[in-house]
Design a protein. Structure first.
Length: 201
């Protein structure tokens, strides 16, 4: 899996450039932090990498990026569904039996310290728990490309360390993991950094 950016830049209509002249390759098995001040285009760059937004200039070449998962900063779940239901579903979609899917979902929830809330409704989770649940669901779907927007913004330090560790393990399993973040801990957990301050328009 590879997503290669060649002299990519973006701006909206007649506004100033968010970034320009960005050339970089995101490969399977790697974790990359996308950093920069607020308004520098971190979330916009994730959208370009995902293919949901075309850059204003430059080229994006994708190879074998079949399963793309994006975890947004504001968790989006089904309010009346339990936490474990959110993680069971990706395993069922892969053809796993319900019994096996539940066992694997419990293992995944444990990775994110969520076993204690497995049967709690999404609507009753704290913001940090909901954020970690969305990450667990994304990891369960075994993505080729995992895009994560500010994954530790609502988390305490222990939970942030847990998330950083699991994201690194997800990359080792074969995914390319790209994290837009302001958090020094999340940056340190990544193997490389793309700082949009270096590509300001």
């Amino acid at each position: 899996m590879r997503v290669a950016l060649d002299q990519v830049g973006h701006r909206f209509t007649t506004q100033n450039w968010l970034f320009r002249h960005l050339t970089y390759s995101f490969d399977e098995g790697t974790t990359t932090a996308v950093t920069g001040p607020s308004g520098s285009g971190k979330s916009t760059l994730l959208a370009i990498i995902a293919g949901s937004l075309a850059p204003t200039e430059g080229q994006v070449n994708r190879t074998a990026a079949g399963r793309v998962r994006w975890v947004f900063q504001n968790p989006l779940g089904v309010p009346r569904r339990s936490a474990i239901d959110h993680v069971v579903l990706p395993y069922l979609a892969q053809g796993t039996s319900r019994k096996t899917a539940r066992c694997r979902a419990l293992d995944t929830l444990e990775l994110f310290d969520l076993l204690g809330v497995a049967d709690r409704l999404f609507a009753d989770l704290s913001g940090g728990e909901a954020q970690r649940l969305m990450l667990a669901r994304a990891v369960a779907s075994t993505p080729d490309l995992l895009l994560v927007d500010e994954p530790t913004a609502q988390l305490d330090r222990h939970a942030a360390e847990t998330v950083a560790s699991v994201l690194s393990a997800t990359a080792v399993s074969g995914a390319a993991v790209i994290v837009a973040t302001h958090d020094p801990l999340a940056r340190q957990a990544c193997g490389s950094i793309v700082d949009l301050s270096d590509h300001a328009g």
